[in-house]
Every structure is written in structure tokens, then in C-alpha cells.
Write a protein that binds this ligand. Structure first.
Ligand SMILES: NC(=O)c1ccc[n+]([C@@H]2O[C@H](COP(=O)([O-])OP(=O)(O)OC[C@H]3O[C@@H](n4cnc5c(N)ncnc54)[C@H](OP(=O)(O)O)[C@@H]3O)[C@@H](O)[C@H]2O)c1
Length: 259
């Protein structure tokens, strides 16, 4: 999985799966641009990226909810640091809640943050991928692409749109440039803790009860560590993943019921 000479733009890299992915790609020799809103968290990651083996590591502070400013920063990054060979589309999940209680604004914000941001990033990195003959795009989505999850109405809707967008893009990309989705199952990150708290408040169940229910649905019997999700992403981003295109790969300990 040699990624020497490759430049990876990892979105949502300040914590969780994105942070683990930045570290995994660094360990394979890629230069990393780590993007998120929180500067201190990004800056605390940079020494670890260099220690893992990244020849260069930079923080890019940007908000996916401000698309024009985000895209201007990406164009500047490419002008200054050169082509992006690996793009990891990853950002915060939409707010939890029943779909019938969701507002139009919540749907629009989630569609923008996930689909429109991913699309805008792809169109901006694609010329460099074409010129260099190497491109890997990996979207961090959710198992709800295959089986909607109760209580995550806006998220389920948005994830389905992401998966259809990515499959369509996969048919239009030239040889050498792939796009795939990784579908995390229950993964021990800050996002999951927040989800557990929100579900606990809504249901009146304790956090322990909610986690026990989750674990009963997972044949592996435990939550994923973010590094396990990152390992799958790193494989798809590597030369070894060249013939995998347009798939949705669940990293869920066997939780999905569907084939
Ligand atoms: N963990 C799970 O069990 C699980 C399961 C299924 C799907 N997922 C999905 O997988 C993705 C990653 O999950 P995670 O658990 O690693 O999430 P997380 O811990 O919430 O991390 C999200 C990352 O996205 C960044 N981010 C959030 N909003 C942003 C914005 N507006 N602009 C730029 N960056 C933003 C956050 O950094 P800043 O706050 O610093 O910007 C953070 O680095 C999410 O979409 C999540 O919903 C997670």
C-alpha cells in the first residue's frame, strides 16, 4: 500500500474516523492535508502524522457549511501544494431525530454538507488526478445506505443520496481514478457518544442500555475502533485498490442483515 509521492486531503480529520484515516494514510507515506473547523485539534494531529511517516502535513481550517469559502481554500491549496491524489470526503453527521420532526432547513443543510461539498471537492481535485494519472476518492457514509436506521431520519435520507451520487460519479471517472464508499457501523468516536446521549434523552434508557442493544446486533460483539475503518479506507486509497470502483463497503462487524 505504498502511498509515497501522493497527497491526501482528509476531511473531518480533527477527530474520529477522519483523524484515524489521516494517520493511516501517513503511515503509508502520503503527504496529508487535514481539514476541519477546529484549528487546535488539527494542529495537535500534525506531529503524529509526521512521526508516522508523512513527508509533509498541513492543517486546513474550513467549514463545510460555508461552501464558497471552503472551495476557495481548496483551490488555493491545490495552487500552493499541488494536486490532490486522494480525497477523503468525511464530515459531521446530521442531527439525530425522527424524520417526521425534521425541518426543511435540516434536510437542505445536510444535503449541502454531504452531497454538494463532496461534489464540489471532486470537481476541484479531478483535474490534478487526471494530470497525474492517480485518483482515489473515498466517501465516509453509513450502513444506513443499505438499511435505514430508526431515529436518524435526515441522515438516512442524505446517506442514500450520497451513495447514489457516488455510484453515478464512478461511471464517469476515467481509468485510474476511483470512487468508493466506506460504511462505518458503530464506531467508538465522539460522534457515537453524542448519538448515544441523544438517544438516551429521547428514550429514557441509560447509555449503557443503549450500547448493550447495539452490541447485541453486532456479530463481532464490540464497537469498531476508528483505526479499523481507517484501514479499509487506506486500502481503497492505495494502488492495490485500483480495480474496486463504485462499491459501498460496510465496516460494521457483520451488523448489516442484507447481502
Ligand atoms: N461513529 C460511528 O459510529 C458512525 C457510524 C456511521 C456513520 N458515521 C459517520 O461517519 C462520519 C465520521 O464519523 P465520526 O464518528 O468520525 O464523526 P465525528 O467524531 O463527529 O467527526 C466528524 C469530523 O467532521 C468534522 N466536521 C464536522 N462538521 C464539519 C463542518 N461543518 N466542516 C468541516 N468539518 C466538519 C469534525 O471536525 P470539527 O468539529 O473540528 O470541524 C470532525 O473532524 C460522520 O459522517 C458520521 O456520521 C459514523
Amino acid at each position: 500500500m505504498n502511498l509515497q509521492g501522493k497527497h491526501a486531503l482528509v476531511c473531518g480529520a480533527s477527530q474520529g474516523i477522519g483523524r484515524a484515516t489521516a494517520l493511516a494514510l501517513a503511515a503509508e507515506g502520503a503527504s496529508i492535508t487535514a481539514l476541519a473547523r477546529t484549528r487546535p485539534a488539527l494542529e495537535s494531529l500534525l506531529p503524529g502524522l509526521l512521526a508516522k511517516g508523512a513527508p509533509a502535513a498541513r492543517a486546513l481550517v474550513a467549514d463545510a457549511d460555508d461552501r464558497p469559502a471552503l472551495f476557495a481554500k481548496i483551490e488555493l491549496l491545490i495552487a500552493e501544494a499541488g494536486p490532490v491524489h486522494i480525497l477523503i470526503n468525511n464530515t459531521g453527521g446530521p442531527k439525530a431525530g425522527p424524520i417526521l420532526e425534521a425541518t426543511e432547513e435540516e434536510f437542505l443543510a445536510a444535503f449541502s454538507r454531504h452531497v454538494l461539498v463532496s461534489h464540489g471537492l471532486v470537481t476541484r481535485v479531478l483535474p490534478g488526478m487526471r494530470d497525474t494519472g492517480y485518483g482515489r476518492i473515498v466517501n465516509v457514509v453509513s450502513t444506513s445506505v443499505k438499511e435505514p436506521i430508526a431515529g436518524l431520519g435526515v441522515s438516512n435520507t442524505t446517506r442514500g443520496a450520497m451513495a447514489s451520487w457516488a455510484k453515478t460519479v464512478s461511471k464517469e471517472l476515467p481509468p485510474g481514478i476511483t470512487i468508493n464508499n466506506v460504511l462505518p457501523g458503530y464506531t467508538a468516536t465522539e460522534r457515537l457518544t453524542a448519538l448515544k446521549d441523544s438517544m438516551s434523552q429521547r428514550s429514557g434508557k441509560s447509555g449503557e442500555e443503549i450500547e448493550a442493544e447495539w452490541l447485541r446486533s453486532i456479530p463481532e460483539g464490540r464497537l469498531a475502533d476508528p483505526s479499523e475503518t481507517a484501514a479499509a479506507i487506506a486500502f481503497l486509497a492505495s494502488p492495490d485498490g485500483a480495480y474496486i470502483r463504485g462499491v459501498s463497503l460496510a465496516v460494521d462487524g457483520g451488523r448489516l442483515q442484507s447481502i
